[in-house]
Design a binder for this molecule. Structure first.
Ligand code: DSN
Length: 415
């Protein structure tokens, strides 16, 4: 019980309690979400939020940073060991800024980036036109092939034609493994930098269930809060030769003082991620995704690319009478959170697309098994098949309640 907050600001405490209950009693299937451990939560809500420390360990623009320096060094050394990289910058406030910082470090305005298109699973900050990354750099995008997978020959041809200075691999809505070696070969063929954005799969890479980009990419960006199960923030990893450019691009290039409470929470998450328990977790994320995917397919709901190799899947509703927004709303009404998402070559719009994106990182952190994932697949497909049925809705709500009660989160926490 947090007495300070509930006494001083009961209005805000009540809102936090509502959100806590929502998280406890709903099934979160948004693939970019996860839940952090109580230890990570404690580090985030710590006195470190009080301190300014522009600069880097040993070279700050403010006094009083002896302990902050130790904390940042600890986070960086743990991240380096976890991923096996030369250099880590732990200061990016989030993934979008980290990506921009890499472009800012390695490119001149107007230089060409080659990346996966947003409607095919890429990310806004991979040069999409409504993002500043698409305003300051000339972005060329590759689609996925007819089978929903990256067509490496097509990427190679586009690279030869467009001569990008930097190629981005990595995605936000791509259910298959990424062949980093193949991307390296393509980048080498045109003397481009290779940047891997592993925000979605960072935890899977650490757990050994997705190949690592480390031997191949010049620079790797990731958020900390997705499969890696850390606090909301990001980091950039790179070879030693690029370290000074990357560091300068973050500070003083784009940011001011680092968020030291986030750095500390990241250090805790990295310690957790180095355990056998975390490896087993990542294996279970993939097992659960595969079980859920197969159940949906068997229930008549096709998936983009025909399935999944990782933590997420994309339901293709283009042949159904539902849109992605309808599906998101129907499931949300029964406390199942997913997100509407474009599918490749989607005839619809981003606000009302033909797909929904579903992932298993968070439910796996709660302890969901493959059997629970099958149950969930049956619940989801039943709701989408008969959205008008009161009976199905009542049954779905009770199944959701049972699953949530079987896998509680944050025990006695309250605000
Ligand atoms: N918006 C995040 C996601 O949901 O994948 C990526 O930035």
């Amino acid at each position: 019980m947090s007495t300070f907050l509930s006494r001083q600001d009961p209005e805000l405490a009540s809102l936090l309690n509502h959100e806590l209950k929502r998280q406890q009693f709903s099934i979160e299937l948004i693939p970019s979400e996860n839940i952090v451990s109580p230890a990570v939560l404690e580090a985030l809500g710590s006195v470190l939020t009080n301190k300014y420390s522009e600069g880097y360990p040993g070279a700050r623009y403010y006094a009083g940073n002896a302990h902050i320096d130790e904390i940042e060094r600890l986070a960086v050394s743990r991240a380096k060991a976890l991923f096996g990289v030369d250099h880590v910058n732990i200061q990016p406030y989030s993934g979008s800024g980290a990506n921009f910082a890499v472009y800012n470090a390695l490119l001149e305005p107007g230089d060409t980036i080659l990346a996966m298109g947003l409607p095919f699973g890429g990310h806004l900050t991979h040069g999409w036109k409504v993002s500043a990354t698409g305003k300051y750099f000339r972005a060329v995008h590759y689609p996925t092939g007819k089978d929903g997978r990256i067509d490496y020959e097509m990427v190679a041809e586009l690279a030869l034609k467009e001569k990008p200075k930097l190629i981005v691999c990595g995605a936000s809505a791509y259910p298959r493994m990424i062949d980093f070696k193949h991307f390296r070969e393509i980048a080498d063929s045109v003397h481009a930098y290779l940047m891997a954005d592993i925000a979605h799969i960072a935890g899977l890479v650490v757990g050994g269930v997705h190949p690592s980009p480390v031997p191949y990419a010049d620079v790797i960006t990731t958020t900390l809060h997705k499969t890696l199960r850390g606090p909301r923030g990001a980091m950039i990893m790179c070879r030693e030769e690029l370290a000074a450019k990357i560091d300068k691009s973050i500070f003083p290039g784009l940011q001011g003082g680092p968020h030291n409470h986030v750095t500390a929470a990241a250090a805790v998450a990295f310690k957790e991620a180095a355990t056998d328990e975390f490896r087993a977790y990542t294996q279970q994320v993939v097992t659960n995704a595969s079980a859920l995917a197969q159940t949906l397919i068997d229930s008549g709901f096709p998936l983009v690319s025909g399935g999944t190799d990782n933590h997420l899947m994309l339901l293709d509703l283009s042949e159904k009478s539902l849109t992605g927004k309808d599906a998101e709303d129907i499931l949300a009404d029964c406390s199942i959170s997913t997100n509407k998402n474009m599918i490749p070559n989607d005839p619809r719009t981003p606000m009302n697309p033909s797909g929904i994106r579903i992932g298993t990182p968070l439910i796996t952190s709660r302890g969901f098994t493959a059997k629970d994932s099958v149950t969930l697949g049956v619940v989801i497909s039943s709701l989408l098949r008969t959205p008008e049925s009161e009976e199905v809705r009542a049954w779905a709500k009770s199944e959701v309640r049972t699953l949530c009660e079987a896998h509680p989160i944050y025990g006695t926490l309250s605000y």
